[in-house]
Design a protein around this ligand. Structure first.
Ligand SMILES: Cc1cc2nc3c(=O)[nH]c(=O)nc-3n(C[C@H](O)[C@H](O)[C@H](O)COP(=O)(O)O)c2cc1C
Ligand SMILES: Nc1ncnc2c1ncn2[C@@H]1O[C@H](COP(=O)(O)OP(=O)(O)OP(=O)(O)O)[C@@H](O)[C@H]1O
Length: 142
């Protein structure tokens, strides 16, 4: 049984998120998604939806076997509990794969790090970014 971890904020789900999770699932038999705590999302605006709502929406996707709320302080605590064989980073995530691999090794976790592919729009006007969805809401309803 190969366990895979994917992770992200997953605020206001869109087909890019589904693509990432479906791609990550192909790396093994069981996909665990870690949903970032809003308090840890510091590189962009605070999520609109609550931690629990984002976790519940990700858990409802067919590709996901289990969705976990992330740890408040130490991102490796859920990783130690899940004990994955592979962590699949998102195509545009700022994380440095080599640095994560080194931190895993330091902690004695035997797990490789891969990167998922991106999704291009499948049809005209398909929105593939939470930021773009929010911009459109503001434009049309603001
Ligand atoms: C291996 C790994 C584990 C993570 N675990 C957590 C966690 O336990 N708690 C958390 O709040 N964020 C965690 N994160 C961070 C977020 O999932 C995410 O990388 C970041 O906040 C936002 O990414 P996004 O812009 O792609 O949504 C983890 C990131 C990585 C790479
Ligand atoms: N178009 C896409 N194709 C593939 N993966 C995507 C796409 N959009 C987001 N993802 C992946 O989904 C995960 C969570 O992304 P995140 O929650 O940051 O959404 P986002 O739409 O990129 O947000 P924002 O627009 O606020 O930056 C990340 O790993 C990201 O790489």
């Amino acid at each position: 049984m190969t366990r895979v971890v994917a992770q992200g904020t997953f605020d206001l789900l869109h087909p890019g998120h589904v693509h990432y999770l479906e791609d990550a699932a192909t790396y093994g038999d069981e996909l665990h998604a870690i949903v970032a705590r809003g308090s840890n999302v510091t590189h962009k605006a605070e999520p609109i939806l609550s931690d629990r709502q984002r976790r519940d929406m990700v858990a409802a996707l067919a590709a996901v076997d289990e969705a976990h709320l992330g740890h408040d302080e130490d991102i490796f605590v859920p990783i130690e509990a899940i004990d994955p064989d592979v962590i699949v980073l998102g195509f545009d995530q700022h994380h440095d794969a080599a640095a994560i691999a080194a931190a895993l090794e330091d902690r004695g976790i035997d797990c490789r790090v891969e990167r998922a592919s991106g999704r291009e729009p499948g049809h005209d006007d398909e929105l593939l970014s939470t930021g773009d969805i929010i911009d459109r809401v503001l434009e049309r309803r603001g």
